[in-house]
Design a protein around this ligand. Structure first.
Ligand code: ATP
Length: 913
């Protein structure tokens, strides 16, 4: 039973950790290479607390509320309200303050929700660490680490706590977060002098730093705020600002618009007083009401919430957004470059074919269950020595652990290695006994750069040591000069024979691994790359890794959405090509290999990158070149990645997508989106949501702008043509207050239109307000003005008093806006459908709220006093509703015309969003 550590204070021990040998640190912390027991870890967790840093301070609520008022228009409104109050216009002043307050509250609440949604996403990305507990490897949330835990790290991992290194091979750690040093520090396990500077303590790995290369094992010495990073004040996980290029653009547009509106209002004020003989106070109130009416003050808040809803919907579909701009970029993505293994395929490997000089044997069974027979080559009664040695090599040159949990066989580690353990069991080779019999002395871990892994073992049969190696077959063959014959004796290498066998299995879509060994009289220490060479080839194993069924559908969806899919994989060209065909990425895919890429210059690459649909045997550097080449052709590229070396291409891509399960921390941090389920279909779901968000933003604008425009036009027309005003300033303010809060916001919740994945991607430079939108805005503004004046004229003709006519105009505006909302819900399609009329809960709630508010406005005596409104008779009310229906019909006709007429069709393609 390990002892408890001797100290738990935040002070460095004397002597400090880095000056103690690894063994001394283990002893001091009462731990060893087997790790802590679960009970002991639980006790220590209680004593030391969770391994977390204090949360970055969130903006206090009052600050967030105050920020809502820090906006040119709001300040203008507040000034106007104060002046109105001073002039004794209490109703107008009250309504202005009401508008400001309601807007601030909405902005405050929605922004809070958006921030919460982002914070929730951060929690979903909580990192985990591989540790030894009770002598077995386990994956735990980083927060549960305690001093004394033994942690295993490899390239791409973020160091989860302060560690004293116990074992390090080729270890480089990027400590820029802590020391500002951009060159990764070389680490080893030796002690360093007590007074060494932080950056020179080579035997330590600091929490928050990033493993750039190599592997290591370390013992946790400090956790939480007692770590070095905990001592410095810059906190991790700062709250991300709610800013995207679009929001910034809209903010700028809003400010310019406000300036113009104030200028025009001032001119109108002069015009009203000087040319039309208005009283100064009346003219002032009118102009203020106009400015409030015309400026879409709630737009930024509504757009922020639209984005936040998009982020939430993406998370529900397993795409976790790390950086908000990705939501916008996804909608215009034209190419998705995807990894194969685990993303397009299931990454559930089964070893199917074992090819050695003793012939080909087939393994039965699926998944990792170690059951199933081996079909031996004809005429063989038992496993030939060549096959036996090959399968044993697969078992020993292997880091995975196979476990049974509730009847389910699961692996911890690489799926191919898990499949090799299952294969060994099917061949009757005992896992634990073999590993014990052939103890491992050293290893060179797998790296996508050299595509093999090697282990060194003591050889109990011949004495000395044996080097075992497995990797991409052509890579392994290149390191061999002999092969093992059926009886297990070395003979000259038959390169051509193996090439043919590998090609045949790869064409069936099997993933291949080659195996080799070399006997050594003495174990080299440490094992180096110089020792690898002159090996004896054992044979190959073919694995099946079926395509994900949902990926096939997702590829199809991409095709109809005008998005090209390209597979970029480290796998063999023939395997990749076969899987691409099974996924229907292309009938006869053009395959480009990493070798081809090395021989092609940057000028010729863009054309090839555009044509090819499979890139095989690529390294992470190739990915970067492919992204750049595609971007040079104007493509908006989404690129997936998981390894530490994928970070540059993920950063360079327009949308970098990291794998949540198999991805390294380095890849996740470089990415804009993390896939919780590593699934290609989730990328396509995110594209769908991205397009929907953009549609909804356009709908919000398409609804808000003409609504404001209609009111403003009506007032300006009345002023210019010396007509009686169809609404009073207080009434304009009322319309604004009631509508901005309700109807516009409802559009943020719109689900995707059915045809969202049937259109080509949006051009990234396309303006938010396309010519089509300008046309729509102009038409609707004019129709609104006509509707308002029509009702006003009709009411006057019937002999109604002006106050009643104005009440009818206010109601007409609201009714038109409700009908227009239903029309705008489908920008491209018919709205007069069952689905269109039914609306969404958000739409129905909003409509109900507006109707209630309007009933109050029209029939409550208090409102009559405040707004000078009058009760409207039923027949007049029906007429108002009829105006709404008429507007809806006219706008549906317009959509129909745009869809039908050839002339318009051409125009519409030009005007396409
Ligand atoms: P993708 O890029 O689509 O995920 P991949 O998994 O094939 O494909 P890499 O991980 O770069 O890409 O692997 C490249 C090749 O290296 C594999 O095709 C395989 O032949 C070999 N390989 C992969 N994992 C191991 C391993 N653990 N040990 C030895 N060789 C391996």
């Amino acid at each position: 039973m390990p002892q408890t550590p001797q100290r738990a204070s935040s002070d460095q021990p004397t002597p400090p950790w880095h000056s103690l040998s690894a063994d001394a640190v283990c002893e001091r912390l009462g731990s060893g290479r087997q790790g802590l027991s679960r009970e002991e870890a639980a006790l220590r967790l209680q004593r030391h607390g969770a391994n977390t840093l204090p949360e970055a301070r969130v903006r206090p609520a009052w600050k967030r509320l105050l920020v809502q008022f820090n906006n040119a228009l709001i300040l203008f409104l507040l000034t106007a309200g104060a002046i109105a109050g001073a002039l004794g216009q209490f109703v107008d002043a009250g309504v202005i303050f009401g508008v400001v307050l309601i807007n601030a509250i909405i902005g405050f609440v929605q922004e809070g929700r958006a921030e919460q949604a982002l914070a929730g996403l951060r929690a979903m990305l909580a990192p985990s660490a591989r540790v030894m507990r009770d002598g077995v490897r386990a994956t735990l949330p980083v927060a549960q680490l305690v001093p004394g835990d033994i942690v295993l790290l490899e390239a791409g991992d973020r160091v989860p706590a302060d560690l004293r290194l116990l074992h390090a091979r080729g270890l480089l750690i990027d400590e820029a977060v802590l020391t500002g040093e951009s060159v990764a520090a070389q680490k080893h396990t030796d002690t360093v002098p007590e007074d060494a500077a932080l950056g020179d303590r080579a035997g330590m790995a600091w929490s928050g730093t990033l493993v750039a290369a190599g592997r290591t094992t370390g013992i946790v010495v400090e956790t939480g705020s007692r770590t070095q990073i905990g001592h410095i004040s810059t906190l991790l996980g700062e709250v991300e600002a709610l800013a995207t290029p679009l929001l910034v653009k809209i903010g700028r547009f809003g400010r310019q618009f406000t300036a113009v509106a104030i200028l025009v209002s001032a001119l109108l004020l002069l015009f009203a007083v000087l040319a039309r003989g208005y009283d100064w106070i009346d003219a002032f109130m009118l102009v203020v009401a106009l400015a409030v009416g015309v400026v879409p003050e709630s737009l930024p808040a509504v757009i922020t919430i639209t984005l936040a809803i998009g982020v939430r919907r993406m998370a529900a579909r397993h795409a976790i957004v790390r950086r908000l701009p990705a939501v916008e970029t996804l909608g215009s993505t034209t190419v998705i470059c995807s990894d194969k293994t685990g993303t397009l395929t299931r990454n559930e490997m089964t070893a199917r074919r074992v090819i050695s000089r003793a012939g080909t044997l087939l393994a039965e069974g699926t998944g990792y269950a170690p059951h199933g027979a081996l079909q031996l080559p004809e005429g063989q009664a038992g496993l030939a020595p060549a096959a036996q040695q090959l399968i044993r090599c697969g078992l020993l040159c292997n880091d995975a652990v196979l476990r049974q949990r509730d009847d389910q066989w699961q692996i911890d580690g690489d799926p191919m290695e898990g499949a090799l353990i299952a294969l060994a069991a099917k061949a009757g080779i005992d896992h634990a006994q073999t590993r014990e019999h052939w103890p491992r002395l050293d290893a060179i871990p797998f790296d996508a750069g050299w595509r093999y892994m090697a282990t060194l073992h003591r050889d109990p049969e011949r004495g000395g040591a044996v080097l075992l190696l497995k990797g991409a077959p052509e890579q392994v063959l290149a390191l061999c000069n002999r092969q093992l014959d059926a009886e297990g004796q070395p003979q000259p290498l038959d390169q051509a024979g193996w090439d043919a066998a590998i090609a045949q299995a790869a064409e069936a879509g099997e993933r291949m691994l080659g195996f080799a060994l070399k006997h050594l009289p003495e174990a080299p220490s440490p094992l180096g790359f110089d020792d690898i060479g002159g090996l004896c080839f054992l044979g190959v194993v073919g694995f099946i890794d079926p395509p994900r069924p949902e990926a096939i559908q997702a590829v199809e969806d991409c095709r109809s959405a005008g998005i090209a899919v390209k597979m970029i994989t480290g796998d063999h060209a023939a395997t990749a090509s076969a899987i691409a065909q099974q996924l229907h990425i292309a009938e006869q895919p053009l395959v480009v290999t990493g070798q081809d890429l090395d021989h092609i210059d940057d000028a010729a690459l863009p054309e090839l990158a555009q044509q090819a649909s499979v890139f095989a045997r690529t390294s992470p550097e190739h990915k970067l070149r492919v992204v750049q080449a595609l971007q040079s052709r104007g493509h908006v590229v989404a690129m997936t990645g998981d390894g530490v070396n994928d970070a540059p291409s993920l950063k360079r891509a327009d949308v970098g997508i990291a794998m949540g399960n198999k991805g390294t921390e380095a890849a996740k941090e470089a990415a804009q989106i993390v896939l919780a389920d590593d699934n290609f279909a989730s990328i396509v779901a995110a594209v769908n949501e991205g397009r929907t968000v953009y549609d909804n933003i356009r709908k919000v604008i398409a609804w808000t702008v003409p609504t404001n425009g209609g009111e403003a036009l009506a007032i300006i027309a009345a002023l210019v043509f010396s007509l009686t005003l169809p609404m009073t300033p207080a009434q304009i303010l009322w319309i604004n207050m009631v509508l901005t809060v309700t109807l516009g916001l409802a559009l943020a919740f719109e689900p995707a239109e059915p045809g969202v994945m049937l259109r080509p991607p949006r051009a990234p430079q396309a303006p938010l307000i396309s010519p089509f939108m300008v046309w729509r805005i102009a038409v609707v503004s004019l129709l609104f003005t006509a509707g308002a004046f029509g009702i006003y004229a009709w009411a006057m003709a019937r002999g109604h008093e002006v106050a009643l006519a104005r009440t009818m105009v206010v109601n007409t505006f609201c009714v038109m806006e409700i009908f227009y909302l239903f029309n705008v819900r489908f920008l491209h399609m018919r709205s007069f459908t069952l689905r269109g009329i039914q609306g969404t809960p958000a739409v129905l709630w909003a409509v109900a709220a507006v109707v209630l508010a309007q009933l109050a406005f029209t029939y409550l005596p208090l409102m009559h006093t405040l707004f000078d409104s009058r009760p409207v008779a039923l027949t007049d009310g029906l007429l108002i509703v009829a105006v709404g229906i008429l507007l809806f019909t006219v706008l549906e006709l317009e959509k129909w015309l745009l869809r039908r007429l050839d002339w318009f069709e051409e125009l519409r393609t030009q005007m396409r969003p």
